[in-house]
Design a protein around this ligand. Structure first.
Ligand code: ATP
Length: 233
């Protein structure tokens, strides 16, 4: 579904990614883990069209994404939730959700609204509340729900556990599994390696802008060497 080959990318003249290779199949959760500054966020930005790689290829369903705008990629089903969540703070839950449905008809919007309220009942209860009054966990749920309103086939989540307690992190990651179970593939960036590997079908470890290891979530979580050398566990 998604394939990156030898992707090099950065900011201005500063190259951050060095030959990143990764792939993701339909219906998988793939985690990208690694230390601060390893290049995980930069990888997501390259995939969603926010950054243009200097070299390498990125394909989604076999077609190159390079040179395509982020809004075109959203229409194709590739939706990104950035780490800062980028909610409209003065708009209500329902208004934020409608903003996420800009590619959809109104009947589709109502259907998706019902689905996301089922996934996150707290959002249904607070549908008329403005986003900026929410706790970190609720804001994260809203950001994911808003992304789901575009009916993604691939959802990219950047650090969904930021600012959440360990318990809320599990709740969030459990929602990510339920999203995967509805057939949406998920590319999950997490610093919280232990928990991310616990739910990932497969994972890549990034170090210094490169994907240095990959395996199933269980394989990576079970390797003492990986835990010590790359994950600081
Ligand atoms: P973190 O968890 O800290 O976000 P990360 O693995 O996601 O880590 P990136 O955010 O991709 O890492 O950052 C990789 C490198 O790129 C870092 O050295 C960072 O300082 C740099 N960087 C990130 N964003 C920018 C930017 N907008 N302009 C310039 N450099 C940036």
């Amino acid at each position: 579904m998604l394939r990156l080959e030898r992707v090099c990318c950065g900011y201005g003249r500063m190259q951050i990614l060095h030959d990143v290779d990764l792939h993701l199949d339909e219906g998988e959760i793939v985690a990208l883990v690694g230390a601060n500054g390893a290049g995980k966020t930069t990888t997501l930005r390259a995939v969603c069209g926010q950054l243009r790689p200097g070299s390498g290829t990125i394909t989604f369903d076999g077609a190159s994404t390079l040179g395509r705008r982020p809004d075109e990629l959203v229409r194709d089903g590739l939706v990104h939730v950035p780490e800062d969540r980028a909610l409209f703070g003065t708009l209500t839950v329902e208004e934020n959700l409608r903003m996420g449905a800009w590619t959809r008809t109104s009947a589709e919007t109502e259907e998706s609204m019902r689905e996301v309220f089922e996934l996150f009942p707290i959002l249904a209860e607070r549908r008329h509340q403005v986003a900026q009054t929410f706790s970190g966990g609720q804001q994260q749920m809203l950001a994911i729900a808003r992304a789901l309103m575009a009916r993604p086939r691939l959802l990219m989540l950047d650090e969904p556990s930021t600012g959440l307690s360990p318990k809320l992190t599990w709740t969030m990651l459990d929602a990510v599994k339920r999203i995967r179970d509805t057939g949406v593939a998920v590319l999950l960036v997490e610093q919280n390696a232990k928990q991310a590997l616990g739910i990932a079908d497969r994972a890549y470890v990034m170090e210094s802008g490169a994907t240095v290891l990959h395996g199933t979530g269980a394989e990576l979580a079970g390797s003492a060497e990986v835990r010590k050398a790359y994950l600081g566990l």
